[in-house]
Design a protein around this ligand. Structure first.
Ligand code: FAD
Length: 492
């Protein structure tokens, strides 16, 4: 196994996109096989040496940043097998944890299959997307990463290599998982008992459900329970055709009405993505896209899978809905072929690029939210975000996954006072989302940045349940310590 400790060569492992700048590590291991990972973890458990797992560093919450811990870099475990059909409408593809999401998607599509999860950032590793249960625009139709994982191989902190197929290990009637392992011996622990929020997306803390499957405990556990080294992904057929459209509105009331009807209307309307851009986001984008109409209060991007037979009828249904919702139909952008759709994707991805460019000229970092709420409470959270920002004269944008009642508020402070105030107000945003029955994180996870808020969501007892599971699987507390669970909850 390769090991590097030349600080100039390993500098990149001290960063992700959270803007945490104080990470440090004695060195980075680059396992080249599952056995390498197993040996490394087994030895570290014996010596109590802490390790942090590194994906590709696009995470937003500092999860991979070491504070004196050694790093395990997953990049060499990047095998991508050919998809294997298993039935008319499904295929399975085996991938290494260090394979890039965009390579995985391309390989699937080359043989006519679609891997549905599509986080906006494609340069992430597949293992990280499983560890973080990542989502994207298509999550509206297909659900998060969790729904598309048939099997994982995970290396536990003991060094045990555990192969978990969906359905193979379920908590019994008593809610207990029981494992007999070569190195760790017999382990038993109770599944989490807390309820999850009634949001359509949620990625904060360990998963919990009655009749829980062990695979779901590891998915979304942010690398605290083991290193995911390999997975079987479930694929669906690539849709025959797609309709994509960017619709502008002069008022937010019309826009919200449109989204609501698109979510509930039948008559052929069945979106796979419903994404939102507020006026301020459009102002950012106008620099690269001057054709964005000046009077638009916001825009919705929608996408639907169709066939050659249904395309006209579906398009007609959407146009009727746009008319009925007072959309700026004439100024809207309809993309029916692959090239136009690629151009529209570039448009959507331009927003983080423009925001980052703006931030690079400032001395302060942004404050961003990742909360989602049940549909009925979405407007209340949205107006709370907006009114708070307007009252404090912040520069801000609101954008994202409106179909899942999950939009990101980014406050862009222009000086330190604004940064401090926005950070204080972040707590109010969390409280508001939780009061409305929402989740602290719908997709980006908790990492190291949001641990202090997790107890607000699950209470001390909920965090103690998570800590108990963590300590059953990682009694020496060596893996991704400081992520997800605040350290003072561990019993030592
Ligand atoms: C512009 C931008 C847009 C984004 N859009 C989205 C989006 O739409 N949806 C979304 O969900 N996220 C989004 N993200 C967040 C990010 O891309 C995801 O969280 C992604 O899963 C991180 O992958 P990574 O390989 O970069 O992981 P890293 O940042 O390197 O690590 C993330 C976490 O995963 C753990 N980890 C990594 N590999 C493993 C493994 N093999 N086993 C166990 N734990 C592991 C790490 O320890 C760390 O805690 C976005 C980020 C950016 C910068």
């Amino acid at each position: 196994m390769i090991y590097k400790n030349d600080q100039a060569l390993i500098q990149g492992f001290l960063e992700d996109t959270s803007n945490i700048k104080t990470g440090h590590t004695p060195g980075v291991y680059f396992p080249e096989s599952i056995e390498d990972v197993s040996k490394l973890l087994r030895g570290s458990s014996r010596t109590g040496t802490r390790l942090v797992i590194a994906g590709n560093g696009t995470g937003t919450t500092g999860g991979r940043i070491p504070f004196g811990d050694y790093v395990i870099a997953m990049e060499k475990l990047n095998r991508i097998d050919e998809p294997v059909p298993c039935g008319e409408n499904t295929a399975v593809m085996t991938v290494g944890a260090g394979s890039l999401l965009e390579d995985v998607q391309k390989k699937a599509e080359d043989s006519g299959w679609l891997y549905p999860p599509d986080p906006t950032e494609q340069l992430c590793f597949i293992g990280s997307t499983i560890a973080n249960n990542s989502s994207g625009a298509r999550t509206y139709k297909y659900g998060p990463t969790r729904n598309h994982i048939a099997r994982i191989t995970v290396v536990l902190p003991s060094g045990d290599i555990l192969d978990i197929s969906r359905g193979a290990y379920c908590a019994g009637n008593d809610g207990i998982f029981r494992l007999d392992l070569p190195f760790a011996g017999s382990i038993a622990f109770e599944r989490p008992g807390y309820p999850l929020p009634r949001t359509s997306k949620h990625n904060a803390g360990y998963y919990s459900s009655r009749d829980m499957d062990l695979i779901d405990l590891f998915i979304g556990s942010e690398g605290t329970l083991g290193v995911i080294v390999e997975a079987d992904l479930m694929l669906v057929p690539v849709p025959e055709k797609i309709i994509s459209c960017l619709v502008y509105f002069t008022t937010l009331e019309d826009l919200f009405g449109f989204v609501d009807k698109a979510k509930h209307q039948t008559g052929g309307i069945d979106p796979r993505a419903l994404e939102f851009f507020d006026r301020n986001s459009l102002d950012f984008l106008r620099k690269a896209y001057p054709e964005i109409p000046a009077k638009s209060a916001g825009a919705v991007f929608f996408e639907q899978e169709v066939t050659a037979q249904t395309e006209d009828e579906v398009l007609e249904a959407w146009l009727e809905l746009m008319e009925a919702s007072c959309a700026m139909t004439d100024e809207s952008w309809v993309a029916l072929d692959v090239d136009e759709q690629r151009a529209m994707k570039a448009f959507r991805h331009e927003l983080p690029a423009q925001v980052n460019e703006w931030l690079n000229r400032q001395s302060e970092s942004k404050i961003s939210t990742d909360m989602a709420v049940p549909d009925a409470s979405f407007a209340e959270l949205f107006h709370f975000y907006r009114n708070t920002c307007e009252k404090n004269r912040f520069r801000y944008i609101i954008f994202g996954h409106i179909g899942n009642s999950h939009v990101h508020l980014n406050i862009l402070p222009s000086n330190h006072e604004e940064f401090v105030l926005a950070k204080t107000l972040y707590r109010d945003f969390v409280e508001k989302a939780l009061e409305l029955g929402g989740t602290l994180s719908a997709e980006h996870g908790i990492g190291k940045l949001k641990t202090e808020y997790l107890a607000r969501m699950f209470g001390d007892d909920g965090i103690r349940e998570m800590a108990r599971i963590k300590q059953a699987l990682d009694p020496s507390l060596i893996l991704n310590i400081g992520n997800l669970i605040p350290e003072h909850y561990y019993q030592t």
